[in-house]
Write a protein that binds this ligand. Structure first.
Ligand SMILES: Cc1cc2nc3c(=O)[nH]c(=O)nc-3n(C[C@H](O)[C@H](O)[C@H](O)COP(=O)(O)O)c2cc1C
Length: 398
C-alpha cells in the first residue's frame, strides 16, 4: 500500500521510539493504542524493561576508527544482516490492514526475520508465502493439544524455519487499561456499539473507515482450520479451561514432531533455560512478554546474564522487552544474547506507515547500532562481552 506524500513526510520526521509512539497515539483509537502500549496491573515490569537498559552504560575504547562495524550474524545457519528480529505480536490487523504480512515483508527486506504470531489476523500459510525463507512461527496452545498440533503440522507444511513456543501466557493477565477502555480484540463498529465506542472512534475517522473496510472484526485467522464450521474464531470464543501456553509436556511433543529449531519464549530463570535444553530445544527467548503477563516478573535484561551463563554455550539465547534504541540491542549482545526481538518499536511503525513504517523503525535501529559501535570503537558485534558495560554510577562490571 503506497504511502501518500503526507504520510511519507510524517514518517521521515520519526527519529525514535517516542516520536513513533506519539504519532501512533494520534492515529489509533484509545483502546487500540493502549492494547499495544499497556502492560499488566501497575506496569512495573513493563517500565523496568526499559529502565534496566538505561541503567547500563558503555565502557568505550577510544582512538579506534571503525569504518564499517560488523552487525551481521547467523541464527541456526541462516544469515541475518543485523541481530534484530520482529517479535510475534497478535492482533496486528487492529493496527493496520497490512498487519503481519507488512511486518514479514519489512523484516525480510531488512535482511532479518519475523516471528509470526499464532494470534495473527492472516493465516500462517499466507504469511509464509509473503516472505519465503524468512519466517519463524510462534506457537500458542489454542483449543488444547489438538489445536496446538494442528498449528505445528501446518507450520511444518508451510516451510517455517523454526518454532518459538511461548510459555508465559497460561491465562490472560489483568491489563487494566483494556478493562477501562472496554477493549475487545473482536471489536465491531455498529449501531449497538455506538455509545460505548463512539467517543474513542469519532476522533479517529480515518482509522475507523479503514477498519470497517479491511479488518472488522479482528479474528484469529489460524483457528479457521480448527473450528467446526471453518470460520475463524474471535478471542472471546477461546475457552480458558486449559492453558493457552504449551506446558513442558507440549514442548517435548513439539521437539519430537518438528525437525527445525525449537525455541522456548518466556524463560526468566536459569532453571527453565536448563529444562529447555534437557528437552532438546535449540534456543530460548528471555522474555516477560513485554511486561504484559506476570506483573512483578524481572526485567528481561536483568536475568539475561544468569540464563546466558547457564545455557549460552549449548543453545542460542535471544532476549526481548524494552529494546528502544540501537544501544539497547548492543547491551543485550554484550550480556550474552545472540540477537534481540523488538515488539512495540515496530508496531508503532506499522500504525503510522504500514510496511514502510516497520522498515523505517528497523533501519533507524540499525543506524543507531552502527553509530554506537563506531563511537565505542567496537569493530564487530561478535567482540561484545560484559567488559563493554558498567552499571550507571558504578565502576564495577554488571
Ligand atoms: C501488541 C502486542 C501483541 C503481542 N502478542 C504476542 C503474541 O501473540 N505472542 C507472543 O509470544 N508474544 C506476544 N507479544 C509479546 C512480544 O512478542 C514481545 O515479547 C514484547 O513485545 C517485547 O517487548 P517490547 O514490546 O518492549 O519490545 C505481544 C506484544 C505486543 C506489544
Amino acid at each position: 500500500m503506497a504511502l501518500s506524500r503526507y504520510q511519507r513526510t510524517r514518517l521521515a520526521k520519526v527519529l525514535n521510539y517516542e516520536d513513533a509512539r506519539r504519532l501512533a497515539k494520534r492515529t489509533l483509537p484509545r483502546g487500540v493504542f493502549d492494547y499495544v502500549d499497556g502492560g499488566t496491573e501497575d506496569e512495573v515490569t513493563l517500565r523496568s524493561n526499559a529502565e534496566s537498559f538505561q541503567a547500563l552504560r558503555f565502557r568505550p575504547r577510544m582512538g579506534v576508527w571503525v569504518p564499517e562495524p560488523q552487525l551481521s550474524t547467523t541464527l541456526f545457519g541462516q544469515s541475518l544482516s543485523f541481530p534484530v528480529l520482529a517479535a510475534p505480536c497478535g492482533g496486528l490487523k487492529l493496527i493496520h490492514p497490512e498487519a503481519d504480512i507488512g511486518v514479514a515483508r519489512a523484516a525480510a527486506s531488512a535482511g532479518t526475520l519475523h516471528v509470526a504470531s499464532s494470534a495473527s489476523g492472516f493465516a500462517l500459510e499466507e504469511i509464509a508465502e509473503s516472505s519465503p525463507d524468512r519466517h519463524w512461527f510462534q506457537l500458542y496452545r489454542f483449543m488444547g493439544r489438538p489445536g496446538m498440533e494442528n498449528l505445528v503440522n501446518r507450520a511444518k507444511a508451510a516451510g517455517y524455519k523454526a518454532i518459538v513456543v511461548t510459555v508465559d501466557t497460561q491465562v490472560g493477565s489483568k491489563r487494566e487499561r483494556n478493562w477501562r477502555n472496554g477493549f475487545s480484540y473482536s471489536m465491531r463498529v455498529n449501531a449497538a456499539n455506538a455509545v460505548k465506542l463512539g467517543p474513542q472512534l469519532l476522533p479517529r475517522p480515518f482509522w475507523t473507515a479503514r477498519y470497517v473496510r479491511d479488518g472488522m472484526p479482528f479474528q484469529l485467522a489460524n483457528t479457521a482450520a480448527m473450528s467446526r464450521d471453518g470460520v475463524p474464531m474471535v478471542l472471546s470464543e477461546m475457552a480458558h479451561k486449559e492453558s493457552n501456553s504449551p506446558t513442558w509436556e507440549d514442548v517435548a511433543w513439539v521437539r519430537q514432531n518438528f525437525d527445525g529449531p525449537v525455541l522456548v519464549k518466556g524463560v526468566l530463570t536459569a532453571e527453565d533455560g536448563r529444562k529447555a535444553h534437557q528437552l532438546g530445544c535449540d534456543g530460548v527467548v528471555v522474555s516477560n512478554h513485554g511486561g504484559r503477563q506476570l506483573e512483578g516478573a524481572p526485567a528481561s535484561i536483568d536475568v539475561l546474564p544468569e540464563i546466558a551463563a547457564a545455557v549460552g554455550d549449548k543453545m542460542e539465547v535471544l532476549v526481548d522487552g524494552g529494546v528502544r534504541r540501537g544501544g539497547d540491542a548492543l547491551k543485550a549482545l554484550a550480556l550474552g544474547a545472540k540477537a534481540v526481538l523488538i515488539g512495540r518499536l515496530y508496531v508503532w511503525g506499522l500504525a503510522i506507515g504500514g510496511q514502510d513504517g516497520v522498515s523505517h523503525m528497523l533501519e533507524s535501529l540499525r543506524a543507531e547500532m552502527t553509530c554506537s559501535m563506531q563511537l565505542m570503537g567496537c569493530p564487530s558485534i561478535h567482540d561484545l562481552d560484559s567488559t563493554w558495560l558498567m552499571r550507571a554510577g558504578s565502576a564495577l562490571n554488571p
